[in-house]
Design a binder for this molecule. Structure first.
Ligand SMILES: [Fe+2]
Ligand SMILES: [Fe+2]
Length: 357
């Protein structure tokens, strides 16, 4: 078995290794998991390896052996922060992590950055399943539990957004994009109106599922490297209504969450889609999601262009794209990004901008 190449301590490489493992379940790669996401005494269906000083990985605790508090202590004494799991067991691991997510997120003895890593990789795994089978009631239940953990984290941990932003994969996948928009959206909603857990949860569900209609769009159009033809763009523009109808038919999501799915591409100044709403006719939840959606899409690599820096995205959003957003929401959003983005807390200097790319 080959060992993972990059250090798991680098949050960016950690996320990318997890994403790679989920995309290539048949490979013989090992991928890193945080030691603290393995709970002593819990049932699990995957093997745990550790990496020795010489770089070789060896079996540490097979799936048939109990992972006890003593086992955990041994790992701590060895100074290890992560263990490794074969990519072929990724499904079992992420199902396990999702089941235990609320316990991990609520555990304040775990550093926020490590809880953020767990949250994001679980979200990716969940969204992959939801997009594959969006009508399944069980999946909406799973999404609801995931969003509850997200809200709990954002509400209780002041540094949650900045930790989650540092993890964001630069590569755009609808799954990670959905998770990012939901996290940013919940944090922005809290700045716009001081709502409590339940209202944040309803909002977070809409934001997480905002692009669910893309599951019915031809992947070749979604990932086309060049410019879209008018006809292809017309197909893309159907995703808000497809998503709205899919979820409305299930009857499980409140109207506010559905409004996000339908109207996140409307523009404050008009000219958006699908209904051409403008100004205050656009529900606030959809307008909040719109700002987060655009920022996340601009700052990740797409099939047709490279990721912009945070500074470049903000310049575009306050310049040529300004009429897309409610001025008040845009102001609040930019203040949130500036205060949470590790590289935007000082006035931008040329080298700072380059480092952000
Ligand atoms: Fe969308
Ligand atoms: Fe989106």
């Amino acid at each position: 078995m080959s060992r993972a190449d990059a250090s798991a301590l680098d949050p960016q490489s950690f996320t990318d290794q997890v994403l790679r493992a989920l995309k290539s379940p048949g490979s013989d790669e090992l991928f890193p998991v945080d030691v603290l996401s393995i709970l002593p005494g819990s049932q699990r269906d995957f093997d745990l390896f550790y990496r020795k000083a010489d770089g070789k990985t060896v079996l540490f605790c097979g799936r048939d052996y109990d992972f006890t508090e003593r086992t955990q202590l041994r790992i701590f004494n060895m100074g290890l922060e992560e263990l490794y799991i074969p990519a072929e067991q990724a499904e079992a691991f992420f199902r396990y992590q999702e089941e235990h997510l609320s316990e991990i997120i609520a555990d304040e003895s775990i550093q926020p950055t490590r809880r953020a890593r767990v949250l994001q990789s679980t979200g990716y795994f969940l969204m992959r399943d939801v997009m594959a089978e969006p009508r399944a009631k069980a999946l909406i239940g799973r999404a609801g539990r995931f969003v509850s953990s997200t809200v709990q984290f954002v509400l209780k941990e002041p540094t949650a957004v900045s930790h989650l932003m540092s993890l964001t994969s630069k590569d755009y996948y609808t799954y990670t994009h959905s998770v990012n928009v939901s996290i940013l959206g919940v944090a922005l909603l809290r700045r716009v109106r001081r709502c409590q857990h339940n209202a944040c949860r309803v909002f977070g569900m809409g934001a997480l599922l905002h692009d669910i209609g893309k599951c019915r769009i031809d992947p070749e159009i979604l990932t086309k490297p060049g410019k879209l033809t008018d006809q292809e763009f017309a197909v893309i523009k159907t995703h808000p209504v497809i998503g709205y109808e899919l979820l409305a038919a299930g009857g499980e999501l409140p109207e506010e969450a559905l409004s996000i799915v339908r109207w996140h591409h409307e523009r404050f100044g008009g000219g958006g889609y699908p209904d051409g709403l403008s100004g205050s006719a656009i529900p606030e939840a959809a307008a909040i999601t719109c700002a987060c959606d655009v920022y996340d899409a601009l700052t990740t690599n797409r099939s047709y262009r490279k990721a912009m820096t945070g500074v470049e995205a903000m310049e575009l959003m306050t310049g040529p794209m300004a009429d897309h957003f409610s001025p008040e929401i845009l102001r609040t959003f930019l203040a949130m990004i500036r205060s949470n983005h590790p590289k935007l807390q000082k006035p931008a200097e040329p080298e700072l901008v380059a480092a952000d790319a």
